[in-house]
Design a protein around this ligand. Sequence first.
Ligand SMILES: [Zn+2]
Length: 168
Amino acid sequence: MIQEVYPMTIGEELVPSERQLLAGVEAGDSMHPEQVRYLILHCSATRCDRPYTAKQLIRDHKSRGFRTAGYHFYVRRDGTMTQHRRLLEVGAHCRPFNRCSIGICYEGGLDPSGHPADTRTPQQTERLSRLFQNLRRLFPQAQIRGHRDMPGAVPKDCPCLDAQREFG
Ligand SMILES: [Zn+2]
């Protein structure tokens, strides 16, 4: 089910109108909607047979010095999605593109033996598709990319799938 019109709910954020989205732009660590050039997909780089909760993600990112999870959205294997940054808040997931992108991460990306793999569940695929479609409505100029597609990306496998082909 895709919402075609405003108000649009993306993650936990209700976007009543385009004007409202613009009004949410604050000075400081916010992007302007027109600055959002990429929707960047990541994987958590955790084994698909081991749960990695949003709580663990937040803890791990905090231990790296971030205020909270660096991604805007996190999608677990059961399709549950949590939002960790406001839409236009600058994230911490793909330097030097944090000021022109929104970061989305799915749980997994490693097979049970720890090798990079597309471990998406159907629930994750569906949730990600809907999210990308909604984000593309808000940011029509933004392009869908995998972390590994960005110049200078490390690690080079993330998100272990062709994001443009799958969701573009
Ligand atoms: Zn990544």
